[in-house]
Design a protein around this ligand. Structure first.
Ligand code: FMN
Length: 324
């Protein structure tokens, strides 16, 4: 399939694997890229720029296809070594960066100077327009359904994507709630040039996470996610578990007095314990409502082939037949 996104990134299929903390390691990024999509290494999961450089080199050993790096700009006071991470990306010859979180404007000249394509992930049309204005090549439009941080506007993709299409000149991919060929065709119909998936890619053979994480996603329904940290205006969609219930209870009882310190135990530093050790109640971990559409753990190749096959059939048979 050819879209503005496949052209932009030099990939075969318009499918991107979004950056995911402690999931987006070289194994997953390489598997997605080898299957014709765009795999993404999560920059900040690597504790130092040197470790990111090593992860990029490891990915390059596993694929000769294009892959990218996610850089999440955190709203924290003690900032990670972003110049160091960007240096590792440039020196590693990576030509695609997925930015997320705070506005990446400060880093755009350096990235552009090195011919790096930037796709910014955002949850509103106004942020997408800002990304376009500062020179991003594309945006990933993340609807309210998404796993991770859906923002505070709560606009689902059936509205958000066509609104983005009304306003944007740069290409965008649909993100949040995407799982299969139906998602892809719907995203294209709503004006997107492809799709970005997070949760769906965790439940794949190559995702370097504990088997219990994959099985939790397969077992979950669309009713099993919760929104946490709303009172802190740092909303995150997570899979419900004992820690999340404890966290929500604290949010309820403390109300407007809630501070980050009150919930630190449920959210800080929990990813390695969940993703690597399979300690499923260790804390809150991002997961999309799309878990309800995930019923198996295929390889990335089988998943992407299936999506493209379904999309082709939907377009050529179901939709063409209806139009006829
Ligand atoms: C476990 C997990 C961790 C994530 N970590 C990050 C991250 O570190 N940076 C980021 O920009 N997005 C992160 N995301 C968001 C994904 O990149 C993607 O935008 C989102 O999962 C799309 O929604 P979906 O899960 O419905 O496909 C994460 C998502 C999940 C499920």
């Amino acid at each position: 399939m050819k879209t503005r996104i496949t052209e932009l990134f030099g990939i075969q299929h318009p499918i991107i694997q979004g950056g995911m903390h402690y999931v987006g390691l070289a194994e997953l990024a390489a598997a997605v890229s080898n299957a014709g999509g765009l795999g993404i290494i999560t920059g900040l999961t690597q504790k130092t720029p040197e470790l990111l450089a090593r992860e990029i080199a490891r990915c390059r050993e596993m694929t000769d296809k294009p892959f990218g790096v996610n850089l999440t700009f955190l709203p924290t006071v003690s900032s990670p070594d972003y110049p160091g991470y960007i240096k590792a990306i440039i020196e590693g010859g990576v030509k695609a960066v997925e930015t997320a979180g705070n506005n990446p404007q400060k880093w755009m000249p350096l990235l552009k100077e090195h011919g790096i394509k930037v796709i910014h992930k955002c949850t509103s049309v106004r942020h997408a327009l800002k990304a376009e204005a500062i020179g991003c090549d594309a945006v990933s439009v993340d609807g309210f359904e998404c796993g991770g941080h859906p923002g505070e506007d709560d606009v689902p993709n059936f509205i958000l994507l066509p609104r983005a299409a009304e306003e944007l000149k740069i290409p965008f991919v649909a993100s949040g709630g995407m799982a299969d060929g139906r998602s892809l065709v719907a995203a294209l119909a709503l004006g997107a040039e492809g799709m970005n998936m997070g949760t769906r890619f965790i439940a794949t053979k190559e995702a370097p996470v504990h088997e219990k994480v994959k099985q939790a996603i397969v077992a979950a329904s669309e009713l099993d996610t919760r929104l946490v940290m709303r009172p802190l205006r740092n909303t995150e969609r997570v899979l419900n578990n004992a820690a999340v219930e404890r966290l929500l209870e604290k949010e309820k009882s403390l109300g407007a007095n809630l501070r980050f310190e009150d919930i630190i135990e449920e959210v800080a530093g929990v990813y390695p314990r969940i993703m690597q050790s399979g300690d499923m109640d260790a804390g809150a971990w991002s997961c999309g409502m799309v878990a309800g559409l995930i019923h198996d753990v295929p390889s990335c190749q089988a998943l992407i082939d299936r999506i493209m096959g379904e999309a082709d059939q939907l377009i050529r048979q179901r939709l063409a037949g209806m139009a006829g």
